[in-house]
Design a protein around this ligand. Sequence first.
Ligand SMILES: [Zn+2]
Length: 352
Amino acid sequence: MEFRPPFCPNTDCKQHLNPGIRFWIFFGFFKPSSRPERVQRFRCKTCRITFSKPTFCLDYWDQRPELNQRLFENLVSGVGYRQTARTVHAAVSSLQYKARKLAAHAGLLHHNLSPRLPADRTFLLDEEETYEQASIRTLTMPVLMEREHWFVVATDVGTTRRLAASGSKRREWQEREELESGPRPDQSRECVTTVLKELDRRLDGAKLTLQTDLKGSYATIASEVFGDRVTHETTSGKLPRTTFNPLFPINTTLAMTRDNLGRLRRKSWLVTKKREWLQSHMNLFLAYRNYVRVRFNRDKDGESPAVKLKLLDRNLTVAEALGWRQDWGPRSIHPLSADGRRFIGTPVTASA
Ligand SMILES: [Zn+2]
C-alpha cells in the first residue's frame, strides 16, 4: 500500500497527537541527492509544514542511507570501523557518526518494544570486565537477561578500580596515573542499580527471581530495588561453566558479546577508546540479539527472544529494525508496519 502520513511530524501541531482524516494534502515531489527516485511531498493543512515518507524514517537526512544496514551488520559481527570503511569506501569518521545515530535509535527501539515484561520470570545478572584505552583503565559492564528466552533487558557501563599487587610494574603504572588524575572511581554499584531499575520499570510491581554469583553487593542492591518481590539465588563463580551451571545463559551471552563486538575481544586493536561508545555499541547488540537474531541456533521456529516473550509477532529484519524513526515514543511507527499505519502504542490488529 502507498505511504500516507499517519500523523503530522510537527510535535507542536494538533495533527500530531490527534490526526484527522486527510489532515494533509499532496504537495508535489522532490528528488533527494542521496536517493534514486523522486519522493512525494505532503503538507499539513493545519500547521502547513511540508514532509514526506523519509521524514518518518531513521535515514532521513543521511548522506549514504544504503550503508546503514551493512554498518549495523558489521558492528554486531565483530568487524571494526576501519575494515568496514575499507569495504564500503567511506570515511571512518562518517561511519562512527552514523554508528552513534544507529545506536541511539537502537536504544529507543528497545525501549519502545519492551515496555513490559511478563511476571514471575527468572533473570540473570553478571558483570563483564573490560577496559578503555589502556588495560589499567578498567570498566565494568553489567548485563541483565531473562533466563528462558535469553532476552537481554539492560546493560550499563562504568569505571572500576582494580589495583594490581603492590610493588608490581602494573601497580607503579596505576599509581603514576592516579597521581595525575586522582583515584579511578568505582561505579559498579550504581551501574548494577541502573540495570535492575530498568528491569523493575518493565515489571510493573510483579515478582521475580534473580540469579547471580556470590558478589555481596548484589543481594543488597536487589532488595533496595525490588524489596520483597525478589527471590535472590546465588551460584559460586567457581563452579565449572557447563550447561548445568545455573549461570550458563549469562556466561554464554557475555561470551557472545565478546564474539559479536570486536571491541570486547581480549588484546584487540578495536578496544574501547571511550566508555560511552561501548554502551552505544551494546545498544546495537541488544537490538540484534533480542529482535533480529534467532534465540538458539537449534530453534526450528527461528524465533527471536522478543517473539518468544510475545513482544513481537515475528523477528525483525535488519532493514525493519532500522526503518521507522523511534524517537516519538508510543507515537513512533511500529517496525513491522509496512505502510506506517500501526504505532508502537497500538494493539496488534490483523490489518496492521
Ligand atoms: Zn501539522
